[in-house]
Design a protein around this ligand. Structure first.
Ligand code: ATP
Length: 305
């Protein structure tokens, strides 16, 4: 009987891994399951990762035949490197993340992970290699432990505790009356935005993926919580290759590379210091956000009086 159950378990794992990817992507980008249209090639092998580097090689893509969104995009992230995508709304930042997750295949050009064209390998293996931390995570009406363990089939208690510690939510969970067995969600304990995001980070840590896609828009959180979460995200990104979609420039100043996307083209690419020096689009965006932050802080100070 166990022999019958093992393949079924395996199916369950594959199903849950894909579901989780879809749920996280839906949370991140408002995608519907029905939008998934990419098919694996017959006999496609699984992605095999030794060095999780990412290459976009002249990628051209659009959602509709007569509207090109990415116009020949090229960039490279070495294994363990961090790239941040910035740019005006509609520039194509989320589209890059969707393509990496293989929700669509490019019209032309290639996306390579560790030298392998992701359109030539199975979607499941690509999705298993990438962890997503959406800004607004979906939690299940189940225990905190279940919500964390969901990241990987076979995760044991030690894995779950270690992931919670890594996501800096262990002290919070240990103080709950039933600890990891506390029910959360609509029918259980209501978690704050920051706590929910930490559970999502713990879930990703349990999955232990070599590549991370982070949506750093944490506008729903107060600035103290945002700073704390960002620190955790930076720790979690160490020793992994990461791609962050950044809305606030202050959060990505220490990325190795900042890619400024404008209308589906690389407008600028470089470190924070190099881009400020260049005095182009990034420098302009930086200056504008600094002024806005100062104005907001000023307003808060007035309100506090
Ligand atoms: P934002 O910062 O506002 O999230 P973005 O840089 O992430 O923007 P994308 O979401 O990648 O931008 O969108 C790039 C372009 O693609 C936009 O013009 C958008 O209207 C279009 N687009 C996005 N999703 C779809 C879709 N499913 N079908 C058709 N067009 C789409």
């Amino acid at each position: 009987l166990t022999q019958l159950f093992r393949p079924l378990d395996m199916l369950g794992w594959v199903y849950r891994t894909i579901r989780q990817g879809l749920i996280d992507m839906a949370a991140m980008f408002g995608l519907m399951d029905s939008e998934v249209e990419v098919q694996d090639k017959p006999g496609a092998p699984a992605l095999a990762i030794r060095q999780p580097n990412i290459t976009f090689d002249n990628v051209v893509f659009g959602y509709e035949p007569d509207r090109t969104i990415l116009h020949g995009l090229s960039f490279h992230v070495p294994a363990g490197g961090h790239i941040a995508l910035v740019g005006p709304s509609g520039a194509g930042k989320s589209t890059i993340a969707r393509l990496m997750f293989r929700f669509y295949d490019p019209w032309s050009g290639r996306i390579l992970i560790d030298g392998q064209d992701i359109s030539e390998v199975t979607q499941d293996s690509v999705r298993a290699a990438i962890g997503i931390v959406p800004q607004d995570s979906v939690l299940f009406n189940d225990t905190v432990g279940y919500n964390i363990a969901y990241g990987r089939e076979g995760a044991d208690e030690a894995d779950i505790v270690s992931a919670a510690r890594g996501a800096s939510i262990l002290p919070f969970i240990e103080k709950l009356p039933k600890g990891f067995d506390t029910e959360v969600g609509e029918r259980g304990l209501k978690l704050s935005g920051g706590e929910k995001q930490r559970v999502a980070i713990a879930r990703t840590l349990v999955k232990n993926p070599p590549i991370l896609v982070l949506d750093e828009a944490t506008s729903a959180l107060d600035s103290r919580t945002e700073q704390d979460i960002l620190m955790t995200l930076h720790q979690v990104s160490e020793n992994r290759t990461s791609l962050s979609i950044a809305h606030r420039l202050s959060t990505i100043a220490d990325a190795d590379q900042i890619l400024v996307l404008n209308e589906g083209r690389v407008a600028e690419l470089g470190s924070h210091a190099a881009l400020l020096e260049r005095d182009g689009l990034y420098a302009e965006m930086w200056l504008r956000q600094q002024t806005e932050t100062r104005t907001e802080t000023g307003a808060e100070a007035v309100l506090a009086q």
